[in-house]
Design a protein around this ligand. Structure first.
Ligand SMILES: [Zn+2]
Length: 295
């Protein structure tokens, strides 16, 4: 009798184990079919942080440009297209980042029912200082003031696709906006007293940051590539004249010319990340690095 029960139970246990494995495997692949959460796709990691801050445990976020990749060169994978077909909402940056990502139109074509939220709605774009990105500067999220507008746009989108959780989203949104206001004030105060207000960065992604806090960004990159010798000489002279001792680089870009500029001015190369997911922690780290560099 005892044996009989065990024998009958074995296939049931096996099936349960297989089911558990299947769910675990789906989780590992980032598959989002097995969730009842609202699936939201975003272009960049900082936006994923915004969606999670507002959406909490009601959302599942899919990020198109993975950690370490540059939005200027990244190409989406077939797996990401499948994930995107399940999204209820796509939060695009909307400031020109996606024009470089030629695949965004295809992504939206995969899922016609998806609400496309333009995070840049209501943000004043400034001129790009990067010859690789002529026209308007796409790096809007590196202004905390802009980030607040992006978060509000994301919240409005979530309320539209999942009205049942409106109160939850709006409560999370206002508490996150309060944290961003505090962050903005703290950075402003921290950088206020600096007399040297210029910084050098390889990929000039910090134009909005510079504008907010009355700093001057000097980019190294030219047309998305290492600069020519003439430009480097001018840059090094300017750096010496302004007593600049730090050259910032981003983890997504090469460092060859940044290192040679740093050597020439007797300074050092310091990494700041324009694309980290934990926005508030990262912006505080950027502020600290800038304050140190401009002392
Ligand atoms: Zn860029």
């Amino acid at each position: 009798m005892k044996h009989f029960i065990v024998t009958k139970l074995v296939p049931v246990i096996l099936m349960l184990m297989l089911a558990a494995l299947a769910i675990a495997a789906a989780g590992c692949n980032g598959d989002v079919t097995s969730t009842d959460k609202t699936v939201v796709a975003v272009t960049l990691l900082p936006q994923a942080g915004f969606v999670e801050a507002v959406g909490g445990d009601k959302v599942e976020v899919v990020v198109m440009v993975p950690p370490g990749a540059s939005p200027h060169t990244y190409e989406v994978t077939p797996e990401q297209m499948v994930q995107l077909s399940k999204a209820k909402m796509y939060a695009k940056v909307g400031s020109g980042v996606e024009f470089e990502l030629a695949w965004l139109d295809n992504l939206i074509g995969v899922n016609q029912d998806m609400l496309v939220v333009d995070c840049s709605k209501g943000i004043n774009l400034i001129a790009s200082e990067d010859p690789d990105e002529p026209g308007l500067d796409p790096h809007i999220w590196l202004s905390v003031k802009n980030a607040k507008i992006m978060v509000q746009n994301i919240c409005d989108g979530l309320v539209q696709v999942d009205a049942a959780n409106k109160d939850y989203y709006e409560a999370n949104c206002s508490s996150y906006l309060a944290q961003l206001t505090e962050l903005d004030n703290d950075i402003e105060t921290a950088l206020e007293g600096m007399t040297n207000r210029s910084f050098i960065v390889f990929h000039p992604a910090f134009g909005y940051f510079a504008k907010d806090y009355n700093l001057t960004q000097i980019g190294i990159e030219q047309e998305g590539k290492e600069p020519n010798a003439d430009y480097l000489v001018r840059l090094i002279n300017e750096a010496r004249a302004k007593d600049i001792k730090v050259v910032f680089i981003s983890p997504q870009y090469s460092t060859v010319s940044a290192e040679s500029v740093a050597n020439e001015i007797g300074g050092e190369v310091v990494i700041i990340d324009p694309l980290a997911k934990d926005y508030i922690t990262n912006m505080r780290a950027i502020e600290a690095a800038m304050r140190q560099a401009m002392q």
